[in-house]
Design a protein around this ligand. Structure first.
Ligand SMILES: Nc1nc(=O)c2c([nH]1)NC[C@@H]1CN(c3ccc(C(=O)N[C@@H](CCC(=O)O)C(=O)O)cc3)C=[N+]21
Length: 292
């Protein structure tokens, strides 16, 4: 029987600790942990993320605020906004939603975020810290999506040590940090991408596939070794022939699920885990301020 790696029970088990940690910080600081999200223009995946963050933040006792900027805002204006948030003692965590419009250099914006407030784990400092963790470290630092995937694997008792992990996608948000985390925990890691000449040959050897490309149905049943663990990070929206809207991942779920050992659903798999890791890191940032 295929194990469906649903986020729901993991999140339920996290609620107690997130709520208690947030309450503890609130008592010490005299205010709730505070997350500020900067959203420039309108990207559909970002809109889903913003909505779900807001809802979950309220549930666990985090104050979440979204600053919306026009799609034609200048880079200097976004830098100035981030600097203002860096200097604001009432803000514990800052995230600038990606992607950003073309006139803005995302690297410049991300690296303007103060290290202590970088709850996305995207800055150069956070990246260096992730890639230099001691071998087999259980430390949880880094970007929220791969952190959430590790938490999901741990909850369902899927050990990665010695496994062949094939990640499809080489983004700074998912593919690359996912490789660092799996490698750190003892997996043998391959990062495949759009220029990989034989993707199927790579995925067929995988005990664990992490698909993070944004291409619907990229991973088909013939690419999957029976019993493999399938992690679907895709967040693709499409409208079917009958005009019905769907949210779907990068995996041909209907045909892959029957042969997989375990598989994440979309929605209800990786996405909600990302949201919870973001709140966890926000509470941790506030707790560091409280301890000062
Ligand atoms: N700086 C930055 N950091 C990010 O981590 C980041 C970003 N920018 N930009 C956008 C992408 C996308 N992303 C999502 C996270 C969770 C869901 C999520 O909660 N998904 C639900 C959707 C359910 C629904 O509401 O339909 C699920 O999969 O079940 C979606 C999308 C984070 N991203």
């Amino acid at each position: 029987m295929t194990v469906i790696l649903k986020a729901k029970p993991v999140i339920e088990s996290l609620t107690t600790s997130l709520t208690a940690d947030a309450a503890h910080v609130t008592a010490t600081l005299g205010r709730k942990p505070h997350l500020t999200v900067v959203l420039v223009g309108d990207d559909p995946a970002s809109a889903i993320y913003v909505r779900n963050k807001q809802r979950r933040a309220e549930e666990v006792g985090v104050q979440s605020e979204t600053i919306r900027l026009n799609a034609d805002v200048s880079q200097a204006e976004v830098v100035a906004k981030v600097q203002q948030l860096n200097a604001d003692p009432a803000v514990d965590g800052i995230i600038v939603q990606l992607p950003l419009p073309n006139q803005i250099d995302a690297d410049v914006i991300i690296n303007t975020i103060a290290d202590a407030k970088d709850v996305d784990g995207f800055t150069l400092a956070a990246t260096g810290r992730l890639w230099t963790l001691p071998k087999n470290s259980q430390a949880t630092v880094g970007p929220c999506t791969p952190l959430g995937i590790m938490a999901l694997l741990d909850y369902y008792g899927i050990d990665v040590a010695g496994k062949n992990a094939v990640i499809v996608g080489r983004s700074n948000i998912v593919g690359k940090p996912m490789a660092a985390m799996l490698l750190n925990r003892g997996a043998t890691v391959t990062i495949a991408h759009s220029q990989t000449t034989d993707l199927k040959a790579a995925t067929q050897t995988a005990d664990i596939i992490v698909a993070a490309t944004g291409r619907r149905n990229l991973i088909t049943a013939d690419m999957v070794k029976p019993g493999a663990t399938i992690i679907d990070v895709g967040m693709n929206r499409y409208v079917d022939a009958a005009g019905k809207k769907h949210l779907t991942g990068d995996v041909d779920y209907a045909n892959v699920a029957p042969i997989a050992g375990a598989i994440t659903p979309v929605p209800g798999g990786v996405g909600p885990m990302t949201v919870n890791m973001l709140l966890k890191q926000t509470i941790a940032a506030a707790a560091r301020t409280a301890a000062e």
